[in-house]
Design a protein around this ligand. Sequence first.
Ligand code: SAH
Length: 238
Amino acid sequence: MSRALDNVDTAEVAKFDALATRWWDPDGEFRPLHEINPLRLDWIRQQIDLGGRSVVDIGCGGGILSEAMATAGAEVTGIDMAEAPLAVARLHQIESGADVSYRQITAEALAAEAAGRYDVVTCLEMLEHVPHPAQVVTSVAALLRPGGQAFFSTINRNPKSFLFAIVGAEYVLKLLPAGTHEYRKFIRPSELEEWARRAGLELQSSIGMHYNPLTREYSLGSNLDVNYLMSFCRPETE
Ligand code: SAH
């Protein structure tokens, strides 16, 4: 088996396949992704004008972020290893009119095929679902042209994130189906930064994504204890 296929957890991919038809239901299992999407899109657009940029969205699922970036003027390729969410994404864009090109391919395989080809790589809520996240980060760096930018989001690993992201989100507030996340796959910001640095990327910015259970609203803020986003750039000269 190739290294690229080694980095796919088939049980994880099966979870997303099973829920695919629900992807665009704003009140369904993927409701949190719908609710955080404007916030994370704004955060990306504060750092780069997406107009005319070539973007690859890794682990795009049903295409919530991919479509929004295409609507903002980017030329987007969405990749995922789950077949059903990609089928849903392709159908959805017929309705929405967004223009995204979807492919079932790993980040590693795309990096072998299209190294240095992209202005922007996004990889949101995906790293905590793969066996070797550092390897995905290396592929993200390889996909970027010099001067390109990468955007990640994932979940921190500490007692508070266990309480908020698993106990709170999956069992108490039921924001996500039970079993969506596994604590040991969570990633500390220092770990993500180290993997990115080793892949030749420079940290640009980081921000936390917070949920207020009383107002049921999400917001961005400085605390990275639970959900967080991080952006990096590939230097022009290495
Ligand atoms: N990035 C999207 C979807 C997040 S859900 C968003 O934030 O809106 C996580 C996605 O990662 C799922 O669609 C799942 O199928 C995908 N995924 C899991 N392992 C993967 C892998 N090894 N390669 C590509 N995609 C993967």
